[in-house]
Design a protein around this ligand. Structure first.
Ligand SMILES: [Fe+2]
Length: 250
């Protein structure tokens, strides 16, 4: 079972990150994952045409696609322009999803807070409890903002609040998810919430600098990247796939 995850396209009219999306989708179109999850921040500044272009690109894949919004998304535009791609439980509430693919359950929890850059999982724990109640399969949990401290101060100020309440809730379930898979950080990063692995997906827009513990902002050559999660026999291995950065002249 191969679950691809892309995140943080942040499409703008300069088209640079849309070109990175095209490259990622071209790669995935040949690779043939079983499912693709997009963990938010698709388009900047409510650019309606950008949502249309992202939808066209995603629809070219021949696998199911599931979407979460990020703090930068316009939820109304995202719903209307990506209706043919995403399926949401209701037309106005949080854009959670739950789906099963070959014995693996995928959950997406929309933790965005209107008008804020941080996320908050607390209001969505009742949904998670009901959505997880009858799940006895292996599961992956997706969200936009990570529910733990990433160590980059500017990002921790806009992370997902109430991660400990999420952990307490998950610990009451039949089994813990194999991993919590997030976006928002614009870098691949790996940690834990309790004993649950938490991973953040790289972005298709330019990555964030690695500003840890007041160290210097050193140049790096990180390109746009995404994740491919392989799940088999109860084990999860996640692979980082980097693609060439967009060249505006391309
Ligand atoms: Fe974000």
């Amino acid at each position: 079972m191969l679950v691809a995850q892309i995140s943080d396209i942040h499409a703008r009219p300069d088209l640079s990150s849309l070109r990175s999306l095209e490259r990622a989708i071209g790669w995935l179109g040949t690779f043939h994952p079983d499912v693709l999850v997009v963990t938010g921040d698709l388009v900047d500044d409510g650019w309606r045409h950008g949502y249309r272009l992202v939808a066209e690109s995603l629809r070219s894949l021949d696998c199911p696609v599931h979407l979460l919004p990020g703090n930068g998304d316009d939820l109304q535009l995202m719903r209307s322009e990506l209706a043919a791609v995403g399926t949401w439980i209701n037309a106005t509430g949080p854009m959670h999803f739950r789906t099963a693919v070959d014995g693996l359950t995928l959950f997406g929890v929309d933790v965005t807070v209107a008008g804020r850059s941080y996320g908050d999982v607390l209001p969505h724990l009742p949904w998670l409890v009901s959505a997880l109640a009858d799940v006895t399969t292996l599961a992956l949990l997706f969200m936009h903002q990570p529910p733990f401290r990433i160590g980059i101060e500017a990002l921790d100020q806009v992370g997902c609040r109430n991660g400990n309440a999420l952990l307490s809730t998950l610990e009451t379930m039949y089994s813990l998810p194999l991993a919590i898979l997030c976006g928002h950080v614009h870098r691949p990063a790996f940690g834990r919430l309790g004993t649950i692995p938490v991973q953040t997906c790289g972005s298709l827009c330019p990555p964030n600098p690695l500003l840890l513990e007041s160290r210097a902002d050193l140049p790096v050559i990180d390109g746009p990247s995404f994740l491919v999660h392989e799940v088999s026999d109860g084990r999860l291995v996640s692979h980082v796939v980097s693609i060439p950065a967009s060249d505006r002249s391309a």
